[in-house]
Structure formats: structure tokens, C-alpha cells
Design a protein around this ligand. Structure first.
Ligand SMILES: Cc1cc2nc3c(=O)[nH]c(=O)nc-3n(C[C@H](O)[C@H](O)[C@H](O)COP(=O)(O)OP(=O)(O)OC[C@H]3O[C@@H](n4cnc5c(N)ncnc54)[C@H](O)[C@@H]3O)c2cc1C
Length: 369
């Protein structure tokens, strides 16, 4: 984009603040997102442990190990964002350190031909209207507790492991790369007030670690059995996160003071992380946004450009959103049957795991579209 457009990024943390800050995500990028990053020559994620498989368990029962078509990767966003910012800065992209407010948009609108609101889940700054048919919930469906740990022996073959405990929540175990080297991400998605919703009152990294260890012991003995008691610890003091997200989809364009504002990422499309799709959806939308602007570069950037962008991403956003929202409810009977069938059929297991690389296939399996 930097070669096609003159871009200024307004951001309130510089790379060193991001590096030393709190973890933000579990950030698994599936291969379509990694392919886009290569195409845009972004810093590569090749030093991350390759995620080639997804292990799936229902309660204590291990059902299958499905194979992804290409490796996925998780690089601590503190590291990845800092690297990307430094790389863009080297290539001449302008950064202005400031915390933008919704009121600032009017003034910014006078200085730029286009604004992109990528303010994440603390946004949006622009008045993007909510899309009611893609926004069924008014409260979080899960409480999220994530820690990056040392001292957990990986599953074999190396990959993500998902354990669904019906009615209670999910545990995700993800190999990732952080500043300190390889880590194991342990991510609890707890149904509010259920048995896994056990991180209330956590105030210190040690509290968090103790709470995670007792949850593993009580509910996830397979992971507990792979802890090295002498080594098990958070990767650093900031390597834990407690959050809860109310999913909301907004139409990702609005006019402000005569200037078009487009939304990309969580500011417009905010999902529960249960299917690990937020970064992947943001990447898809950013790519389509770029294509839209390239095709419309010689015409005025008005509301019709916003509508064009939304038309290009709407089907993908609908499919990934409906799949993700469905996963926070009770698993439908036909999905449980598919999971059971996958236990005895490797190609069925691979198909289910492919849902994460191609959300339209998940949507088709769930809703028959
Ligand atoms: C627990 C958890 C696990 C997840 N796991 C996955 C996963 O495995 N795979 C996946 O694809 N997605 C995952 N996600 C979702 C993913 O992290 C987000 O979708 C993704 O990071 C969104 O990117 P973004 O750029 O829109 O927002 P962000 O990553 O939040 O970035 C927004 C940036 O804007 C800056 N900013 C915000 N407001 C302002 C302002 N007013 N002025 C200036 N700057 C501002 C912030 O500093 C921030 O750096 C997960 C999310 C959570 C919470």
C-alpha cells in the first residue's frame, strides 16, 4: 500500500511500549492470512512454531487430529506489531503518536482524502451503524483468560489442541513465538458463571498462574500431565490477559465532514475469539479494502466506495460471524455427529480442521449454505 498511496498512521503506543506491554490475543494466523502477509512483503512469521494440526477433544474424550492444508502461525502481537511498525517506518510510512478521539475525526477529515478506522475493540471512532441481523448478543458469551507459558511439553504432532467441555467452555493450547522464544498459549473460554469462570479476583501474575494450574489439574489432566513442575511459569509478568467480548458487526463505512471513513478489523467486525478468526477476518478485509481503493483510485472516494468495499466483504463477514456465534452456543446435533464421524475418518477430520482456514466451509457445514 505504501507504494500506491501516501499513508499516515496515528497510533498511541510506539514499538517499545507495545513490546513491554500486556499480551493482546492468541493471534493464530491461518495460511490465507500468512499468504497475504507474504504478498504485501510484511515481516515474515517463519520463526514461529509451525501449526500443522488441530487436536480435538470433547470433554475427556480425544476425538481426532485433523491436518491443516498449510501451516498456521502465532506470533505474540507485541512482537509482531512492533516489527511491522519498525518495518513500515523504515520504508517511509509516517507515524504520528497521538490518541485519536471521535471529535478529532472532523479535523482529520479536512486533512486527508480518506480515513481508515482501525482502532480495534476500543473503537470504533467513526459512527459505523450496527448491523442488527449479524449482532444477536448484548453481552459477552465467554470470559477469556489467556496466558503465555514456559514449561509445557507440546502435543505431538505439534499443533493447536482444542478441548470442548459442553455447557462450560473451551480450552485452547497453542504453540506460539514470543520475545523470549517459543511459548505455550493456554486460553480458557469460560461460559460466564460456569465451572471454568474461575479467574475472578486475579490481581497478580502469580495469582493467574496458580488459577490456571488448578484449572488444568481439575479439568484438563492431559495438559496438566505435560507440565514440568520446575519450569511451569508465565513467560513474563505481562503475559496474561483477562477480557470478555460482546460480538458486534457494524457496517464498515461512514462519511465524516465530507470525507469517507472505512472500518477495518475489530473496530467494525468484532467477534468472540472462539474460532480464532479476528486477525484472519481483518486481514481478508484489509486486502479487499486495498483492491477497492486501487480500482477506484481515479474516482472520488465517496460513500459509493464504502458501499463497494462492504459488498466485497459482506459474504465473508456474514459466514465467519454466523459460524463463530453458533460455536458459542450448544453444539448442534449434526455438528456433534460430524465430530464423532471425524474420530473414525481422517478425511472428515481434515475437513473440519479446514473450517479454520476457510470459514465459508464451516458455514456450509453448519447451515447447509
Ligand atoms: C483472547 C483473544 C484471543 C484471540 N485469538 C485470536 C486468534 O487466535 N486468531 C485470530 O485471528 N484472532 C484472534 N483474536 C482476535 C484478534 O486479536 C483481533 O481480531 C485483532 O487483533 C484485531 O486487530 P485490529 O488491528 O482491528 O485491532 P487491535 O489489534 O486491537 O489494534 C488496534 C490498535 O489501535 C490502537 N488504537 C486504539 N484506539 C486508538 C486511538 N483512539 N488512537 C490511536 N490508536 C488507537 C491500539 O493501540 C491498537 O494497537 C483474539 C482476540 C482475543 C481477545
Amino acid at each position: 500500500m505504501k507504494n500506491d498511496f501516501d499513508v499516515t498512521i496515528l497510533h498511541y503506543e510506539d514499538p517499545s511500549e507495545i513490546r513491554s506491554g500486556r499480551i493482546r490475543s492468541t493471534q493464530v494466523h491461518f495460511h490465507p492470512a500468512l499468504d497475504r502477509e507474504r504478498r504485501f512483503r510484511m515481516p515474515d512469521q517463519d520463526d514461529a512454531p509451525p501449526i500443522k494440526t488441530i487436536h480435538f477433544s470433547l470433554g475427556p474424550q480425544k476425538l481426532f487430529i485433523g491436518r491443516l492444508t498449510h501451516a498456521a502461525a502465532s506470533v505474540d502481537q507485541r512482537l509482531a506489531f512492533a516489527r511491522v511498525m519498525e518495518d513500515l517506518e523504515r520504508q517511509g510510512v509516517t507515524f504520528r503518536k497521538t490518541r485519536v478521539t471521535p471529535d478529532d475525526l472532523n479535523e482529520l477529515a479536512g486533512s486527508y482524502e480518506l480515513l481508515i478506522d482501525a482502532s480495534g475493540k476500543s473503537g470504533p471512532l467513526a459512527p459505523f451503524p450496527v448491523e442488527p441481523e449479524l449482532t444477536p448478543f448484548q453481552t459477552p458469551q465467554r470470559k477469556c483468560a489467556v496466558g503465555y507459558f514456559k514449561g509445557v511439553a507440546p502435543v505431538r504432532p505439534e499443533g493447536v489442541s482444542i478441548t470442548v467441555v459442553p455447557g462450560v467452555g473451551e480450552m485452547f493450547e497453542i504453540p506460539a513465538l514470543s520475545e523470549s522464544g517459543p511459548v505455550t498459549v493456554l486460553f480458557v473460554e469460560a461460559v460466564p458463571e460456569g465451572a471454568l469462570d474461575a479467574f475472578k479476583g486475579v490481581k497478580t501474575p502469580q495469582d493467574f498462574q496458580n488459577r490456571m494450574e488448578s484449572i488444568l489439574k481439575e479439568s484438563f489432566p492431559d495438559i496438566f500431565g505435560r507440565l514440568d513442575p520446575g519450569q511451569f511459569s508465565l513467560a513474563d509478568e505481562q503475559a496474561y490477559l483477562l477480557t470478555a467480548i460482546t460480538p458486534v458487526v457494524r457496517r464498515p463505512y461512514a462519511m465524516r465532514n465530507g470525507t469517507l471513513v472505512l472500518g477495518c478489523g475489530d473496530s467494525a467486525i468484532l467477534a468472540d475469539p472462539i474460532t480464532g478468526q479476528g486477525c484472519n477476518t481483518a486481514s481478508y478485509c484489509a486486502d479487499r479494502l486495498y483492491e477497492t481503493l486501487l480500482e477506484r483510485r481515479d474516482s472520488p472516494w465517496d460513500e459509493t466506495v464504502g458501499a463497494d468495499y462492504w459488498n466485497r466483504v459482506r459474504t465473508y463477514v456474514k459466514e465467519v460471524t454466523e459460524w463463530t456465534n453458533a460455536m458459542t452456543g450448544p453444539l448442534p446435533g449434526h455438528v456433534v455427529n460430524m465430530l464423532m464421524q471425524a474420530a473414525a475418518d481422517q478425511s472428515a477430520a481434515d475437513k473440519i480442521v479446514h473450517w479454520f482456514e476457510a470459514p465459508s466451509t464451516a458455514h456450509a457445514a453448519l447451515f447447509g449454505t
